[in-house]
Design a protein around this ligand. Sequence first.
Ligand code: 13P
Length: 223
Amino acid sequence: MLIILNNKCNFTLNQFKQYSQELTTIKTQHELVLCPTNIYLSITPKSEIVLGAQDISMYHEGSKTGEVAAKQLKSMNVEYVIVGHSERRLYLNENDKQITEKLRRSLEQDIIPILCVGETIGDYQQVVSKQLEILKNIEHFENVIIAYEPVWAIGSGKTPTIKQINEVISFIKKIYPQNKVIYGGSINEFNISNLKSNLIDGYLLGGLSLNSERLKAFLENLE
Ligand code: 13P
C-alpha cells in the first residue's frame, strides 16, 4: 500500500531534523512517501522512505520567481507530488486549468502526481466526477493516483464510514479503472482498523504524519 505523509506547512528546521531522523527507524512492508515542506527536501535523511512534494509549479523552469519546477523536484529525487489539494484550491484559488498544467509538468518528468478530489459537503458524485474531468485532457492519465479526500473530513476528526469510502472509490474506479485510488481525511492509528478495504490502494495522512510514534502504531494496525 501507498502511505503518503503530507507534512503540510509544519516543523521548524530543528524539529524536522529530529522527526525525519525518527522516520528512518520505521520498518514497514508499505511504501512510505514523505512530502515535507519543499525547503527540507534536500536534508531528508536517506532511507527507504521515498520523497514526495506537496506542490509543483505549473510552469517549466526559468524566469518564474518563487516557483519550484518539475525538473528541479526531479533533480532532488522526488518521485511523487500532491496536486490540487483542497487547501490549495481554497487558500490559493488553485483552479482546474492550473491543476491540469501541474499534472502535465509532473508526468513530463516521470513524477507521479497524486490528484486530490473530494466534496465540501453533501453529495460527492457531482463534485468528484467534475474534478476528475481534467484527466480527460491528460496524456497517460492512468499514471495519476487519485486521492479521495472529503474536505469535511480533513483535520476534523470525522471520517466517512468504510461503506461510504468504498462507495466513492467504486464510483471513481468505474470511470477510471486503471488508476490507483487512495483515501485521506482524519485517518489515525485507532480508526484505521475500521477503515481498511481491498478497494483502497493507500492512505494520505496529514496530522498523523507529524508524529513518528503514532505513525508506527498506525502502520502496525494497518498490517
Ligand atoms: P488530516 O489527516 O490531518 O485530516 O489531513 C488529511 C490531508 O489533508 C492529507 O493531505
